[in-house]
Ligand binder design. Structure first.
Ligand SMILES: Cc1cc2nc3c(=O)[nH]c(=O)nc-3n(C[C@H](O)[C@H](O)[C@H](O)COP(=O)(O)O)c2cc1C
Length: 363
């Protein structure tokens, strides 16, 4: 199986399956002398864990082990390997349904491709793999912090409820977000989302969600032209998260309903004598390169495919069958768990772009 690696300079390779004993990430190309501790990584992982009754009942302690590349609390420049245990696995139900094709899951396509599939919890295609991206991103985040770059993802919509996102500095928006059990910075919308989620849960159904992500003002010049545009790198990173069905930058699809003069982001000189734009319809990128404004983009997550209602399907041999989950630990809305994952992929793309940019000028 190829393609378990992401990044050009800050390169991560992940391994392990959802119900396997261990999973791990190897980070190659990380600069030396970055302070990082086990506790900092575990703290980041706690954000990724289920924090409400609409997300999985799987409770992982997420204790990690640093196996290489960090000495006396600092990165050495050698490959960093970090290992995590899967402890709260419950493979019995998957055993029962192992011959059934799961609609909108990866088992049919993996079977066609490899002729074998680790059906326990979705194997490699499981959301559990994303824990490794969050681990790698904790280190990326430390590098970005040196450049005052921050990332914030929050829930923008759940099913048919859309939040109004206040225009605030990132730190204030984060405070509002963290007060919500759904990580949505709009308290009224949070309440409405909870009512909708309760109803969907009662119906033994599931639903999707949209996450919006913003960064702080970025240095202009990150991202490379044509095939390595920051927009295409972000799309690559974000679409590699399981269950992502849409991605738009700035005004995205709504831009098609605007006239050219309405869409223009006009330049001006700010008090610090920097060239900025008055609006940010482009979401921080001109020509795939950062223009000095914050990145703004949205990600659509589909409804959780595994639901508690019986699902008509076929067996692997093509016979009609009904897929039923009894003791489900599935997410009613797995998108609710994805803010730290969207932030992680953004941090990984940005740190790579930053290191690429630093390797450009030899002055
Ligand atoms: C954090 C996370 C948790 C997920 N939890 C579930 C889940 O509980 N049940 C489920 O059916 N799918 C869940 N998924 C979605 C599956 O991983 C996804 O449907 C599958 O990999 C197919 O991916 P695709 O939509 O990209 O084709 C989760 C995804 C993520 C990122």
């Amino acid at each position: 199986m190829a393609s378990n690696t992401f990044g050009e300079i800050f390169k991560i390779t992940t391994w392990g399956e959802s119900h396997g004993k261990l999973m791990g990430v190897v980070i190659d190309g990380c600069p030396s002398n970055i302070f990082i501790s086990k506790e900092e990584i575990e703290k980041e992982l706690s954000l990724r864990r289920s924090r409400n009754s609409y997300t999985t009942k799987r409770k992982e302690k997420d204790f990690i082990e640093i196996a290489s590349g960090i000495f006396k609390g600092k990165t050495t420049g050698a490959p960093i390997s970090i290992i995590i245990k899967n402890e709260d696995v419950y493979s019995k139900e998957y055993e029962k349904n192992k011959d059934l094709l799961r609609p909108n899951h990866a088992n049919f396509t993996y079977l066609k491709k490899y002729g074998i599939f680790d059906y326990r919890g979705g194997g490699r295609s499981s959301g559990r793999e994303t824990v490794l991206r969050v681990i790698a991103s904790t280190i990326a985040k430390k590098i970005l912090k040196k450049y005052k770059i921050e990332t914030l993802a929050y829930i923008k919509s759940v099913y048919n409820i859309e939040a109004k996102i206040p225009s605030l500095p990132l730190t204030d928006l984060k405070k509002k977000r963290d007060k919500s059990i759904l990580l949505c910075p709009d308290p009224k919308a949070t309440d409405e989302m909870i009512s909708v989620l309760e109803k969907i849960k009662e119906e033994k159904e599931s639903c999707g969600a949209t996450i919006e992500c913003q960064t702080s003002f970025l240095p202009p010049g990150l991202g490379d032209p044509i095939y390595q545009k920051l927009s295409s790198k972000l799309a690559h990173g974000i679409f590699s998260i399981p269950g992502v069905k849409g991605f738009e930058i700035g005004n995205g699809f709504f831009s098609t309903q605007m006239k050219g003069s309405e869409y223009h982001d006009h330049f001006f000189l700010n008090e610090e004598n920097e060239i900025k734009t008055k609006t940010n319809h482009a979401g921080g990128l001109f020509g795939g390169i950062t223009n000095g404004m914050p990145l703004v983009f949205r990600v659509a997550f589909k409804p959780t495919p595994s639901i508690l209602k019986p699902i008509n399907t076929l067996t692997v041999r093509g016979k009609k069958a009904v897929l039923e989950w009894k003791d489900s630990r599935f997410d009613v809305c797995f998108g609710l768990r994805c803010c730290p994952i969207v932030e992680a992929m953004t941090n990984l793309v940005l740190v790579d772009a930053l290191l690429m940019q630093n390797s450009k000028n030899l002055q």
